[in-house]
Design a protein around this ligand. Structure first.
Ligand code: AHR
Length: 554
């Protein structure tokens, strides 16, 4: 049997070469007890990490808005003008930069005019998601009372200190309705009839909404378009829009589902065919990617391929991470396809729906459609995904986990007066320090995870993460996906010495651990011991964990 020390000597360098093409022993003062190395390269900046990749997604879907964000102005649940107070307080801690609303698929059936004006006069409408609502769902999930509309959403954004990102209806409303929504939100006080209406509804000052989604999933629920047809719609919707108060609008086009390269090529080719300058109106290209299929190639069936959010074995753990880890190749692949038509890369990627999607059954609130209970596994998944975005700051400009609460990869769960922060929510808090930092190339060298995948050997990377710098403060986040093994890790910063270091880790001895209304603090970040050894920082990174290091450099 190979001894630990021999393993380090014989295989760490090989593992490093295999997984990073780099020898971990290039840094001085390596300790023989370490099995893993992280090297941050100060001299290799990647670009500024857009704060907006830490964005959020709120769709009028089941319990996300009603019973989630919105409790109503007459509620006994603590609220600020109808918005759940505990949510506001928690969100302020994670520096939310941008929130996308009202969908999702809901956006393409929504008329914004239903959601403004006196609340008791607002119409009741059938919600897009009505047919999938569980028996326990309240009527408000099926039939929309339109209590939460544009003004309420803008109020929510203001309370949490966030920008708005509104998704327009392309499937079932004309472009004129889109223009009018922009006018309602952004035209100067007193300048238009809609500005007067906005004022009558409590908001004299323009909202100044910059980000506008032109439809959602136009290849599916957003109209079943071909990329060529959608390109034509996109041009129509964006051909005229005024810049009120010099507020330039940033239009996000409905991009591909996962690895649908033909949607990306088809749209860009169709847009550019009219003239290269047409690309000027595309700010972002929305990629949606849900990790769901853990069948190891046995099926593509949506029902059979998905696993359970709470009941899973070690292999299921690795399989959903493996699926989620495809994000990096999707970013690179679509970026490459876009470059064929947009070589200067004017258009950036907007990953405004991502996360794991499990089968129904784990929802904490029986009334909530597509809700699932996030566990430690989803925290690791989320850390891994946010690190991926951090490593591509020149490509990804906005991103949002689907969705903020009472939904898929939720940061929060709430029902009536009950509330909890999920492990995913804690990851967002740990990663907030990356926002606006200078991304730095970082090399991770660790023994890979080896596991048995239906009788065949499978491997997964051993450690991965991302680093960013604000002045002398370096933030490093690291994910250890191994369900059992910790990593004795040494961290070096090439080009600087470390004056002080702290670390916070999110983990648990049970990989299924999660928070609930009754036990809110089962999975919470805890301080982690770190030691400065000469120029290196040494730390034990526990199994199944996400760790955030804060290093002050000299
Ligand atoms: O997030 C749930 C749904 O998934 C969204 O409404 C839709 O855009 C996607 O298919």
């Amino acid at each position: 049997m190979i001894k630990r020390r021999d393993f380090i000597r014989n295989t760490a360098a090989t593992a490093a070469a295999l997984f990073t093409g780099y020898s971990p022993f290039a840094l001085a003062q390596s300790s023989s007890t370490a099995d893993s190395r992280v090297e941050v390269l100060l001299g290799e900046p990647l670009g500024i990490i857009s704060p907006n990749i830490y964005g959020h997604f709120v769709e009028n879907l089941s319990g996300v808005v009603y019973d989630g964000v919105w409790v109503g102005t007459n509620s006994k649940i603590p609220n600020v003008n109808g918005i759940r107070k505990e949510l506001i307080d928690e969100m302020k801690k994670i520096k939310p930069p941008v929130v996308r609303y009202p969908g999702g698929c809901f956006a393409d059936s929504y008329d914004w005019r239903d959601g403004v004006g006196p609340v008791d006069k607002r119409p009741r409408r059938t919600n897009f998601w009505e047919d999938g609502e569980p028996a326990a769902a309240p009527d408000s999930h099926r039939y929309d009372l339109n209590q939460f509309g544009t003004n309420e959403f803008m109020q929510f954004c203001k309370l949490i200190g966030s920008q708005a990102y509104l998704s327009a209806n392309v499937r079932s409303l004309p472009a004129e309705a889109f223009y009018r929504w922009v006018e309602y939100c952004n035209s100067p006080a007193g300048a238009t009839t809609l500005a007067d209406q906005r004022a009558a509804n409590g908001s004299p000052d323009p909202f100044g909404v910059r980000y506008w989604g032109v439809g959602n999933e136009a290849w599916g629920c957003g109209g079943n378009f071909t990329p060529q047809e959608y390109a034509m719609e996109f041009r129509r919707y964006t051909a005229w829009l005024p810049e009120y108060n010099k507020q330039k609008l940033s239009f996000v086009a409905s991009g591909p589902n996962s690895d649908d390269w033909s949607w990306t090529r088809g749209f860009f080719e169709a847009i550019a065919r009219k003239g290269k300058d047409q690309l000027d109106s595309v700010f972002g290209w929305a990629l949606h990617f849900y990790a769901w299929n853990i069948s190891r190639g046995k099926t593509q069936d949506w029902d059979q391929g998905r696993g359970d959010a709470l009941k899973f074995d070690n292999v299921d753990w690795y399989e959903i991470l493996r699926e989620g880890d495809r994000m990096e190749s999707l970013i690179n692949g679509h970026w490459q396809a876009m470059s064929e038509f947009d070589p200067e890369h004017e258009v950036k990627l907007v990953v405004d729906e991502w996360g794991p999607w499990y089968r129904p059954g784990s929802e904490i609130n029986a009334a909530d459609q597509v809700e699932q209970t996030p566990t430690l596994r989803d925290a690791v998944f989320s850390g891994m995904t946010l690190d991926t975005f951090n490593r591509h700051p020149e490509k990804v400009t906005i991103a949002a986990s689907a969705q903020l609460m009472n939904c898929l990869n939720s940061l929060y769960l709430a029902h009536e007066d009950k509330f909890c922060v999920t492990p995913v929510g804690h990851v967002y808090r740990m990663y907030a320090a990356h926002q606006g930092g200078q991304g730095l190339r970082t090399i991770f060298s660790a023994p890979p995870v080896n596991y048995d995948r239906d009788g065949k050997p499978a491997t997964f990377w051993g450690l991965k993460g991302s680093a960013s710098l604000h002045d002398k403060e370096l933030v490093l986040t690291v994910v250890n996906p191994h369900v059992k093994e910790s990593r004795q890790t040494e961290i070096g910063v090439r080009g600087a010495s470390v004056r002080s270091a702290t670390a916070t880790t999110l983990t648990h001895s049970d990989i299924h651990a999660h928070n609930s209304y009754a036990e809110r603090n089962v999975v919470v970040p805890r301080n982690q011991n770190v030691e400065i050894r000469g120029k290196l920082v040494a730390c034990t990174i526990p199994p199944a964990s996400v760790t955030q290091f804060s290093l002050t450099l000299e």
